[in-house]
Design a protein around this ligand. Structure first.
Ligand SMILES: Cc1cc2nc3c(=O)[nH]c(=O)nc-3n(C[C@H](O)[C@H](O)[C@H](O)COP(=O)(O)OP(=O)(O)OC[C@H]3O[C@@H](n4cnc5c(N)ncnc54)[C@H](O)[C@@H]3O)c2cc1C
Length: 496
């Protein structure tokens, strides 16, 4: 560690993870922590996957549309940023999701937690539970707590089949994981993609028993989802505003794609001996930064690329986390709104004959997202099982979405406009063996003091998970700074 009065911290990536780290470090600095933070982002805007567009009275989310209310970190952050009055719950009187089953929209039975029925009546009378699944469901209550000999990890598909049979897997669980993760139930890890249910199995054996026991103790009903009145980008704006407030405005560097990170001793030219513990960060446009500590808030495959000169084994482990692409198509109808079944939307299984993974009825899910009498549908394409769909050109994708909604919902009117957004690295896939890989990554990271990871690739894919991992990374940076700072020279950065 070099002789600095403060630990300079580079945050690479300006999505919700990087921005949360930036904001939390700024707060710590103002409270006297010995840190000087700056953020480097490849695009010319902040937010990463979070982007909200307004078109007339339509509020269109290109990426995430809400926080899952039960995960507290995102909502707590919004409140901390003074956005508490703008938090809006989903319209839960419309809380219903359909599955496209044999060309009909069939509502998920009441009382279902993901695919676990808390109430038998609605499940056993639903066409989504064929006879064999009904028998499996009745038996499931009596499953014993698994012994230690059970395989440590297994695919979601086999986990669901063991508990509720093949029908529940095909009709409910597989479309759910395709909708949430863009993933394939045969590849995703039950342990990592469904940690709550995996934990219940360990404790109770039966998921039904576990879900019933734990929901009895839970709090009164809250809206399932929470969003921000002006769209999710309000959170991004709040973080940028709060993080960059005050002196030292030059802390945000947009339009700078990092291409390489090297320990100071290996940099070209190498840093002086006293600074050899610092990291040198190279950008595509020739800029070069130095920092004592780096938080990488990027997709894991991008971290892998940047960290190869630092640690090839670590890069291999990071690079082995696969990603699914996604495209969203927003179809906006003003004036005479096409009739929509009451509910938040539907999921389409892969055998439905449609390429659509899921569709949200945005005008039902949240208030004030479409003009009065209008409608806004958001269709999801891509995922690991149909990556090709996410690469169709905008015109073809919008036409496909209209054709498919005509087939499913009978919508024949043309939308006032459509919008296509594309995310090549939309969702990390927590495939079987994910937890072991994460342990390997953590062990390798421990060998590189000052280097930290945050984001959705490791321990949860939602916004609240990103906020949590960013705060954890900041906690480690602050400990690192306290332990290693020795007062003398100031931090440096140089640019062409
Ligand atoms: C369509 C969609 C819908 C979703 N819906 C929800 C939802 O409703 N609720 C929810 O909780 N979650 C949802 N998610 C997940 C959630 O959006 C993400 O987990 C979260 O936004 C990821 O944030 P991040 O900061 O970790 O990564 P990102 O948002 O991917 O940010 C990474 C940033 O790093 C930058 N970057 C990349 N490479 C470099 C480089 N070399 N140098 C500099 N910068 C670089 C990128 O430009 C980007 O800005 C959704 C995701 C998608 C795709």
């Amino acid at each position: 560690m070099s002789n600095h009065t403060k630990c300079s911290v580079a945050i690479v990536g300006g999505g919700i993870s990087g921005l949360t780290a930036f904001y939390a470090l700024a707060q710590a600095r103002r409270d006297g922590a010995p840190v000087e933070e700056f953020l480097i982002e490849a695009c010319d805007r902040a937010g990463g996957l979070i982007r909200t567009e307004r078109a007339g009275d339509f509020v269109i989310e290109a990426g995430p549309d809400s926080f899952l209310t039960e995960k507290a970190a995102g909502i707590a952050l919004a409140k901390e940023l003074g956005l508490g009055d703008d938090l809006v719950g989903s319209c839960d009187e419309q809380r219903r999701t359909y599955i496209l089953h044999r060309n009909h929209l069939v509502p998920l039975p009441a009382g279902l937690k993901l695919f676990v029925p808390q109430r038998l009546g609605p499940a056993l009378t639903s066409p989504l539970f064929p006879f064999s699944s009904c028998i499996a469901t009745l038996r499931e209550r009596f499953l014993p707590v698994p012994g230690n000999e059970r395989e440590d990890d297994e695919a979601v598909a086999s986990f669901v089949r063991r508990h509720f049979g093949k029908g529940t897997l095909e009709n409910i669980a597989a479309p759910l994981v395709a909708g949430i993760y863009g993933g394939d139930a045969n590849q995703l890890s039950a342990r990592s993609a469904l940690p709550g249910l995996y934990g219940l199995e360990k404790q109770y054996g039966s998921l039904r028993r576990g879900v019933i026991k734990t929901s009895r103790n839970s709090e009164p009903a809250r809206p399932l989802f929470t969003t921000l009145r002006g769209g999710m980008e309000q959170l991004v704006d709040g973080l940028v505003r709060s993080g960059s407030a005050g002196p030292g405005a030059d802390r945000l560097h947009f339009g700078q794609r990092v291409t390489e990170i090297r320990p100071g001793g290996q940099a070209s030219p190498p840093l002086p001996q006293a600074d050899s513990g610092r990291y040198v960060i190279h950008c595509q446009n020739g800029s070069r930064f130095e920092a004592d500590s780096v938080i990488l808030a990027l997709p894991a495959c991008e971290c892998a690329r940047l960290l190869r000169p630092v640690d090839a084994g670590l890069a291999d482990a990071l690079g082995a986390i696969p990603y699914a692409p996604a495209a969203t198509v927003a179809l906006a109808y003003s004036g005479c709104s096409p009739p929509t079944p009451s509910g938040f939307g539907f999921l389409a299984p892969r055998n439905s004959g449609y390429r659509l993974l899921a569709c949200t009825f945005v005008h039902h899910k949240f208030p004030s997202r479409a003009p009065r009498g209008g409608a806004l549908f958001r269709c999801f394409y891509g995922g690991v099982q149909d990556a090709e769909a996410a690469r169709l050109d905008d015109h073809d994708l919008a036409a496909l979405a209209q054709r498919e909604l005509r087939g499913i919902l009978g919508i024949t009117t043309l939308p006032a406009f459509s919008r296509v957004d594309r995310w090549p690295l939309a969702m990390p896939q927590y495939v079987v063996g994910h937890e072991k890989r994460i342990k390997k990554i953590s062990a390798a990271m421990n060998k590189h003091p000052g280097l930290y990871l945050a984001g959705n690739a490791y321990s949860g894919v939602g916004i609240s998970d990103c906020v949590r991992t960013a705060r954890e990374a900041v906690g480690r940076v602050l400990r690192f700074a306290e332990e290693t700072i020795c007062p003398l020279s100031p931090p440096r950065s140089s640019r062409p």
